[in-house]
Write a protein that binds this ligand. Sequence first.
Ligand code: HEC
Length: 150
Amino acid sequence: MNKLTLLLGGAAVAVGLSYKLFWPLHSEQMDDMPMAQDSAMADASHAMVQIEMPQITGNARIGQQIFETTCAACHGTAGTGNAQAGPPLIHKIYEPSHHGDEAFQRAAAMGVRAHHWRFGNMPPQEGLTRGDVAMVVDYIRTIQRANGIH
Ligand code: HEC
């Protein structure tokens, strides 16, 4: 055996070993990472529920923009709640048969007196037309349906 074969053999063993030793570890880390990131994101946003996010199209898409600028500070991104400010709207309490579309119109126009939660009252939201709120409702209902809330 000359020096070169020895060197190559050693390198092959080293590669084999590191593959065995580090590859599975590496793939585990990869598996763990998205979960760690998700929970970090959930923590940062104080979300209260986990949802499946459907495709948002048409009027619901305009509603999304209105919701995310006007309502999400309290109700969380995509209505997932904000543990420090307001309840999730992607929640059985807010299914259409319990809180119809008119409840959203009333909430936006006149505010809401605290009754289901301990976040305090919701103040009226200025500067929104009924049409704006209807598109917000479209957005919220789309996400509700995708998450089994009918
Ligand atoms: C400043 C915080 C805040 C903002 C901004 C806000 N909400 Fe709310 N909202 C709340 C809180 C808190 C409640 C829960 C009151 C309770 O039932 O205890 C609530 C309740 C509701 C309800 C339930 C009404 C009912 O009849 O029980 C709807 C619908 C709603 N909000 C829609 C909206 C929409 C749409 C927007 C944006 C246009 C919005 N909210 C913006 C805090 C907020």
